[in-house]
Design a protein around this ligand. Structure first.
Ligand code: ADP
Length: 215
């Protein structure tokens, strides 16, 4: 598999020579101080129908209610705009996650708590995003729901289509989901309501010091 950089039609091979990082005069810490929080990416991962989007939305609402500055990057939405030139080949999927990672990094640089809800089935892709950020600014949130439960929920009717052979390479059916090796948060949705799952995540953020000024 070639890397997306090698195949990108936009690549400029000379860019490294004259594109120089410019430090901004207001920095991340100052932006975060104003928001009275520690910026972080909450990277939700799990099977389709596991509850990533539902729980991420519930967490964002709770954070908003307590006066925090957030942004939710959700599944297909990014493919309507920034990533609408990308298909579903292996290369395109890697590039999809790479761009989302860079986008999340910018929102975190702006001082926000960023929630992302993508299946992101491959450990290497999740690790690639993790590597973009300081250790404390990336928390992997594994939404752990057994395949049978996801399939019985089937909120978008996608499992039915995948089982009928109408969708190929569907995660959990004929494409692999790699269970996170060391997710910071591990949420079991079978045993808890959406509300309880969201509360567990917010509680952890409080315990780890993300929701109060300077650590
Ligand atoms: P994903 O974003 O992972 O594809 P969704 O959030 O779109 O999943 O769908 C999950 C579905 O499961 C929703 O219809 C939601 O109401 C339902 N659900 C039932 N119990 C839970 C729970 N404890 N946590 C999250 N979702 C749940």
């Amino acid at each position: 598999m070639t890397s997306p950089e090698q195949t990108s039609p936009y690549q400029n091979k000379n860019a490294d020579h004259y594109v120089v990082w410019h430090n901004t005069s207001v920095n991340q810490q100052e932006r975060a101080q104003l928001k009275n929080q520690q910026p972080v990416v909450l990277w939700f991962t799990g099977l389709s129908g596991s509850g990533k989007s539902t729980i991420a939305n519930a967490v964002e609402r709770k954070l908003w209610q307590s006066g925090h500055h957030t942004y939710l990057l959700d599944g297909d939405n990014v493919r309507h705009g920034l990533n609408k030139d990308l298909g579903f080949s292996d290369d395109a999927r890697v590039e999809n996650i790479r761009r989302i990672g860079e986008l999340a990094k910018l929102f975190v640089d702006a001082g926000n708590i960023v929630l992302t809800a993508f299946i992101s089935p491959f450990q290497s892709d999740r690790d690639q995003v993790r590597a973009l950020l300081p250790q404390e600014q990336f928390l992997e949130v594994f939404i752990d729901t057994p395949l049978e439960v996801c399939e019985s929920r089937d909120p978008k009717g996608l499992y039915k289509k995948a089982r009928a052979g109408e969708i190929k390479h569907f995660t959990g059916i004929d494409s692999e989901y790699q269970v996170p090796a060391s997710a910071e948060l591990h949420i079991h949705t079978e045993e808890q309501t959406v509300e309880q799952c969201a509360d567990e995540i917010v509680r952890t953020l409080i315990q780890l010091g993300y929701l109060a000024g300077n650590k």
